[in-house]
Design a protein around this ligand. Structure first.
Ligand code: ADP
Ligand code: MG
Length: 290
């Protein structure tokens, strides 16, 4: 039987906007050593914006933007929203053979013209020469910007620079959690340089970048094998395997249904302070039982 104090703890958590699935989850949340945060939509606002467009090989901005936006019409990714917002009410051509390349980008065909849009890893995989963009990519990524590349017919056409600012409270919450003795980590599918820049800005010790969804779960498992007790905090479909693998999965209430269904804890307040509050309540509740 579950002790009354733990049931009371679940109730107290609910009052502060934290839904705890069961008493067991609260117990596990009281003994964590390591907190792993997803980047996009968890540490950041999840409302990315295109802040710059660079052109290559004689493309026009209008053409590049309409091709990129046409591709992104088929994508659910937060970056797709940014590209579509930038295109505004521009008329977009129809895309055939559309494909989502998880953790990489999207591809498709426009009247027989093959298009790919995504990160550097995708360009490398497609054998696209991006040497003309390398310096720009490095400078912008070091500022926490995510560079997205567009190629048409195997040639680099444009680079879209996308910025997704940290949530207003992120740095303060990371400081608060660090003072409580937790090891803080970030896990993202984004590139290494952008990831390190965002982690530094957030005050997070370590970033693991360029990971696909299954890779996120494996990264959690490796930490557990080292004896760490791990919470994963995320919002996306791509976080679900890691949320399931973690000792405690914590989903943002604004996140995808899959993330919420998989997580043991859901934050109903759109504020990362709720993570710190939930862990404090879990500790206080279990302390009262001893
Ligand atoms: P995250 O962990 O940041 O949510 P994902 O695994 O979803 O990252 O994606 C990793 C990277 O793949 C993105 O940072 C981006 O560079 C690229 N990518 C994925 N989907 C798209 C898309 N629809 N359009 C452009 N780029 C994309
Ligand atoms: Mg996310």
């Amino acid at each position: 039987a579950t002790p009354m104090s733990v049931i009371a703890g679940v109730g107290r958590a609910a009052e502060s906007g934290v839904l705890v699935r069961d008493a067991d989850a609260l117990q596990r949340a009281s003994t964590l050593t390591t907190l792993v945060f997803d980047k996009t939509g968890t540490l950041t606002e999840g409302a990315p914006r295109v802040v710059d467009i660079q052109l290559f090989n004689g493309a026009s901005q209008k053409q590049a933007l309409s091709w990129a936006a046409a591709l992104e019409q088929g994508s659910q990714h937060p970056l797709a929203r940014a590209v579509l917002d930038r295109a505004g009410d521009m008329r977009l051509p129809d895309i055939t053979q559309f494909r989502t390349l998880t953790g990489l980008g999207v591809s498709g065909s426009l009247d027989g013209l093959p298009l790919v849009l995504g990160n550097g890893a995708l360009m490398a995989q497609q054998g696209i020469d991006m040497s003309a963009a390398n310096d720009l990519i490095a400078t912008q990524a070091a500022q926490g910007i995510t560079p997205i590349l567009l190629a048409a017919d195997g040639r680099l056409t444009a680079m879209l620079s996308i910025r997704d600012p940290l949530r207003a409270e992120t740095s303060a919450v990371m400081k608060r959690l660090r003072q409580k003795g937790y090891q803080l980590m970030m896990l993202t599918g984004d590139n290494e340089i952008t990831a390190q820049a965002v982690a530094r800005e957030a005050g997070i010790d370590r970033a693991i970048a360029g990971v696909l969804p299954e890779g996120k779960a494996e990264a959690i498992q490796r930490l557990q094998q080292l004896g760490q007790r791990v919470a994963m905090i995320g919002d996306g479909i791509n976080d679900a395997p890691a949320l399931a693998q973690a000792d405690v999965g914590i989903a943002m209430g604004s996140g995808s249904d899959v993330a919420i269904e998989t997580a043991a804890i859901t934050l109903m307040r759109q504020d990362l302070n709720a993570v710190a509050d939930a862990l404090a309540i879990a500790k206080a509740t279990l302390r009262n039982m001893q």
